[in-house]
Write a protein that binds this ligand. Sequence first.
Ligand SMILES: Nc1nc2c(ncn2[C@@H]2O[C@H](COP(=O)(O)OP(=O)(O)OP(=O)(O)O)[C@@H](O)[C@H]2O)c(=O)[nH]1
Ligand SMILES: [K+]
Ligand SMILES: [Mg+2]
Length: 356
Amino acid sequence: MGILEKISEIEKEISRTQKNKATEYHLGLLKAKLAKYRLQLLEPSKSGGAKGDGFDVMKSGDARVALIGFPSVGKSTLLNKLTKTHSEAGAYEFTTLTCIPGKIEYNGANIQLLDLPGIIEGAAQGKGRGRQVISVARTADLILMMLDATKSNQQRILLERELEIVGIRLNTEKPNIYFKVKKGGGIGFNATVKLTYLNEKMIFNAEVLVREDVTVDEFIDVVLGNRKYIKCLYCYNKIDSITLEELDRLAREPNTIVISCEMDLNLDYLVEQIWKYLSLLRIYTKKRGEYPDFEGGLIVRKGATVEHVCHAIHRSLVEEFRYALVWGTSTKHNPQRVGLSHVMEYEDVIQVVKKK
Ligand SMILES: Nc1nc2c(ncn2[C@@H]2O[C@H](COP(=O)(O)OP(=O)(O)OP(=O)(O)O)[C@@H](O)[C@H]2O)c(=O)[nH]1
Ligand SMILES: [K+]
Ligand SMILES: [Mg+2]
């Protein structure tokens, strides 16, 4: 019998079995068996074949959020709640086997939310589809780390470790260091601050300028290069099944939000937080003599300048740019005449004036 047949047999038996105290143990065994076979489906096939396995989803929209978590924490249930896409959810592990994209529309932005298979300890070494899942995570603007509020906090530490191993750094900024290998050898070591951990003896064949007091590990990250610095929002699901004390404790942890998909608790707030963590700005454009386009508008990153906005409107607009008029919180008076380097703020209105 092939794996798929075995899976379908077990699924049939589960649906035939009445759910009660007497069958609880047997059902548990069936689900464990089901999870085992589904995990085998996830294992990379011997023939290799990383392409076309359902993980190479196109980026779309203004930002990308990846759902990372152990199996059965409720990732698919959340995708079903927040988007119009359906992803199979089930009371057994490894229900989801590929990457399933959905779309959240909020504040005029299209946010791509990716449902993914659950990852397990050893994911970074390729267990399950760990490698694929993690490479999708590397492409995200935000990792939504989904955790089961009824389980021990060990899950968070384990997941963080798996991501750490593959070079993902959560909620930390890229160290402020300039580093360049010198082909001909020799060193140039300079620091603009007093250093506690680093010194010149650690460096060879490189030109280095250190602008902050980093640790040796942080420095190694810069030397190795391929690190990803990604924001992470920790999301505890299933709070319908924990005590108030426990809930209170979890909710106070940094970068954390508590929800229940099943009871629809806090889901609006979650979307608000996703938006906030993505640091997106909504900007409105206006034509001369007309009202601003409050229906449409543009989505840009926090810190975006008039130049970024011009690029977002039209590729060649910067070349024709003379000046812009801006209304909003970024200006001293309204409207203010600004140049390309002016930094925009949330809900500013902009009118671009072109060269004649
Ligand atoms: N009590 C409770 N159960 C939930 C909640 N959200 C989801 N579940 C249940 O948790 C189980 C797993 O849900 P899924 O959405 O399949 O979880 P998943 O993380 O996508 O699982 P995999 O795809 O297998 O990794 C299902 O039985 C859901 O009904 C919740 O808020 N509270
Ligand atoms: K599941
Ligand atoms: Mg799932």
